[in-house]
Design a protein around this ligand. Structure first.
Ligand SMILES: [Zn+2]
Length: 244
């Protein structure tokens, strides 16, 4: 079956303060490599060309201010990104994308999408609270970009079947839900899995990811699964995983 890769970025900046930072020069090399490999960016709005498996979905979480420069560089190469923003971060924290920047990024051809009103886990919200907050964030984004929001990504990647069902029922236009589950994606699958991009991701690893190298995916999946088990044991022992 044909599949595509979804990459998950956060900050594109130096100095790297945590593992989620990818330095801008490294990011630029990764984007240039896509062109060299003949890989284009996937547009969820336009649909996946099933005869073409040389496509990748590029996503960015949290709406960090550094994403603006990354978005400009991508646009210069004809690449499209999906930027999942947090309303309260953008409105109250200067380290995050401003409304003006969000508008300009949409004009560049990128998609601005929902990461939440705040960064609290969706699995801990009631159905109504979740729909109210996502609906409010959706309206706010659409007011800026003048485009319908069709995708969202859960903070921390925490989704369960209730959250997925609630979103599909209450906000049917928000078709695609991006998680932090590791793996390849198929167009008919509206729950999007990812390959995480970290400071330590080498250019070789990037290439294996976007070229759908099976050994690389198996390795990433093993890391993801073992972390999941460790988290479960930690919680069973009484430990609590922080929301932010
Ligand atoms: Zn996040």
């Amino acid at each position: 079956m044909k599949s595509y890769t979804c990459l998950m970025y956060h900050e594109i900046a130096t100095p790297t303060k945590n593992k989620y930072y990818v330095p801008l020069d490294v990011f630029k090399r990764q984007m240039a490599l896509l062109g060299e490999l003949g890989i284009s960016t996937l547009s969820l709005e336009e649909g996946w060309n099933k005869s073409d498996d040389r496509q990748v979905l590029l996503t960015f979480d949290d709406g960090h201010g550094s994403n603006f420069e990354a978005a400009r560089f991508m646009a210069s190469l004809g690449l499209k990104g999906y930027f999942y923003v947090v309303k309260d971060f953008s409105l109250h924290n200067p380290d995050y994308l401003s409304e003006d920047e969000i508008g300009k990024m949409a004009e560049m051809g990128h998609t601005i999408a929902i990461h939440g009103k705040n960064h609290k886990w969706w699995t801990r919200k009631s159905d109504q609270q979740l729909l109210d907050e996502l609906g409010e964030t959706k309206e706010w984004i659409e007011g800026i970009t003048k485009r319908m929001v069709i995708t969202c990504a859960a903070p921390g990647g925490f989704v369960d079947q209730r959250v997925i069902d609630t979103i599909h029922r209450g906000l049917p236009e928000v078709e695609y839900i991006r998680t932090v589950e590791v793996g390849l994606n198929h167009y008919d699958d509206k729950v999007i899995r990812i390959i995480p991009m970290h400071t330590t991701t080498t250019l070789d690893m990037f290439k294996w990811g976007v070229c759908c190298n099976p050994a690389f995916y198996a390795y990433q999946r093993a890391i993801y699964d073992s972390k999941k088990v460790l988290k479960r044991i930690y919680c069973l022992l009484g430990g609590e995983i922080k929301e932010e």
